[in-house]
Ligand binder design. Structure first.
Ligand SMILES: Cc1cc2nc3c(=O)[nH]c(=O)nc-3n(C[C@H](O)[C@H](O)[C@H](O)COP(=O)(O)OP(=O)(O)OC[C@H]3O[C@@H](n4cnc5c(N)ncnc54)[C@H](O)[C@@H]3O)c2cc1C
Length: 493
């Protein structure tokens, strides 16, 4: 975005998910006039909580990472009641062969994995060695070893992003990595170690943010080679540190999970924003722009308009943003997942994993999540809930879905979770645009869009869909908060 004179109208934020609310709340607290437009009748976007009768589910498993941004954590904490701030251990698992393995693998998994894989994974973590391959497959093979690819990661990826979804060719490794991006959608080399291995990206980042270059440590420190492949005593010391960390540290990440589902996070941020005087329009349909050159002169929606918005922060689909702004669209695929939300007629066995990845190709779902393991009371007493995630496309057709419940039940029985007769009811939920998928040439396509996007003096497209960014909730909210900081002249890359 170029430096433009300030406009008279308010800042319009399209979308009340993590990114939109992060931006809106920060701007409003800094004294800006802000209008949020959300097309649904609830806030939260992908991170909302839904009900199936008296059973409460998130839109697939959702845990908020607390190690991403202090400013984001503060924003949320200041909007919630103290008792709603519930950090829990992020324990998840993978079904590898017949075994349940903590994911990512730790020392306790050493005897459950192919020995070559645990060796490769531990060696890489100890020496902080990062594979440089661009394809997700080669990257993962480099990270975890070929054997683990063959027995788990390969079959899992085929289930998660089936070739049947129409995506031809390989996936880019940035997809696996959830590569960091800045508020200007530049690969964020400062925050992403894998990107630091690409000199061109480092150069581009420093060109965009010369202030970072000025803060670089003086020449004469460790060479880049020395930093990524330490030798001698340094290497031995890193290995010792790594061994201790892996073997003895309680290295579960802390994640936030509020008492009534993850949707409470955005609900509370939105409530605080409105309480403090911010404007939020739910059910705002047909948002459209009027433009003059590379400038948005008007935003309209059913029932309202804003003339001369100071800025438009867009968090909806990148494709829709292109259409509205007159930017040529690119083939950047998203896929839709299907969730099976189930009422279970008895309490299930207790367990540690909040969710489990399933690679077994005979099982129809690729992930299973247990809503009541995050917090109790998300269903009536004496009952339980389960949710499975399915990306196979054939079940989109209602006729083919007829036998699906039996297939899901077969999978649950095989995993020892429950039996067919335990499932009281099931509801299928489609989640469109749930995952952006990165073909090998996605970076060039995204760059072409951003070259046009950046010509606008009052448009910012951010967030998971708005940046075509496979990210998480905390990163989406952080980009919202940091975009606000940027508009306020306070952004520090
Ligand atoms: C199955 C699944 C599991 C996940 N698990 C985790 C997890 O465990 N931890 C984690 O941190 N992240 C997880 N994520 C990712 C997380 O959901 C997203 O990164 C995050 O919620 C994205 O927020 P956002 O604001 O960028 O986008 P969205 O949530 O997509 O919000 C965009 C908002 O804009 C609205 N909108 C779109 N178009 C328009 C329009 N034209 N007009 C008005 N409004 C519009 C939408 O309705 C929506 O409310 C998961 C995602 C999925 C799909």
């Amino acid at each position: 975005m170029t430096n433009a004179p300030p406009r008279s109208g308010p800042i319009v934020v399209v979308g009340a998910g993590m990114a939109g609310l992060g931006a809106a709340a920060t701007l409003h607290r800094a004294g800006k006039e802000v209008i949020v437009l959300e097309r649904l009748d609830v806030v939260g976007g992908l991170a909302r909580t839904v009900s199936f009768g008296e059973h409460v589910f998130d839109v697939g498993p959702h845990y908020f990472f607390l190690d991403v941004s202090d400013q984001v954590n503060e924003l949320i904490k200041s909007s919630m009641k103290p008792e709603e701030w519930r950090p829990i251990d992020f324990k998840i698992g993978a079904k590898i062969g017949k075994r349940n393995v903590p994911w990512p693998p730790s020392a306790s998994a050493a005897f459950k994995l192919p020995p070559s894989s645990i060796y490769t994974f531990l060696r890489n973590s100890f020496t902080q060695n990062i594979p440089t391959a661009y394809s997700a497959k080669e990257y993962m093979r480099g990270m975890f070893g070929g054997k683990l690819w063959d027995v788990f990661l390969g079959p899992y990826m085929e289930k998660k992003v089936p070739s049947r979804t129409g995506l031809k060719g390989e996936l880019h490794r940035d997809w696996w990595n959830q590569t960091a991006r800045t508020v200007h959608n530049v690969p964020d080399v400062k925050r992403d170690k894998t990107l630091q291995l690409e000199p061109k990206l480092v150069e581009r980042y420093l060109e965009r943010y010369p202030q970072v270059k000025a803060q670089q440590p003086a020449e004469g420190g460790d060479s880049k080679e020395e930093r990524s492949h330490p030798k001698g005593i340094k290497r031995a010391w890193l290995i010792v540190q790594g061994l201790f960390r892996t073997a003895f540290a309680k290295n579960y990440k802390k994640v936030l999970y509020p008492p009534r589902g993850v949707g409470m996070i955005t609900e509370r941020v939105a409530e605080a924003y409105e309480r403090e005087g911010g404007t939020l329009h739910l059910k705002a349909s047909n948002v459209a722009f009027e433009t003059e050159g590379h400038h948005i002169t008007k935003v309209t929606w059913d029932g309202g308009e804003v003339v001369e918005p100071e800025c438009v922060i867009w968090t909806g689909s990148i494709h829709r943003m292109c259409t509205l702004a007159g930017i040529p669209r690119e083939e950047l695929p998203f896929f839709t997942i299907m969730l099976g939300l189930m009422k279970i007629n008895r309490p299930l066995a207790e367990g540690d994993d909040l969710y489990t990845y399933i690679a077994d190709e005979d099982i129809v779902f690729n992930r299973i999540y247990y809503p009541n393991r995050s917090v109790g009371g998300l269903c009536p007493a004496g009952k339980d809930s389960l949710c499975v995630e399915i990306t196979r496309t054939e079940f989109r057709d209602e006729k083919e879905r007829a036998g699906l419940l039996d297939k899901i039940a077969e999978g649950l029985e095989k995993l020892g979770v429950c039996k067919r007769e335990d499932i009281e009811d099931i509801e299928y939920m489609f989640v469109p645009d749930s995952y952006p998928v990165y073909p090998m040439d996605y970076r060039e396509k995204l760059d072409r869009i951003w070259a046009e996007h950046d010509k606008f003096d009052n448009l910012r497209s951010i967030g998971r869909s708005g940046q075509f960014w496979y990210n998480n909730m905390a990163r989406s909210m952080r980009v919202g908060v940091e975009t606000a900081n940027d508009l306020l002249g306070r952004y520090e890359p």
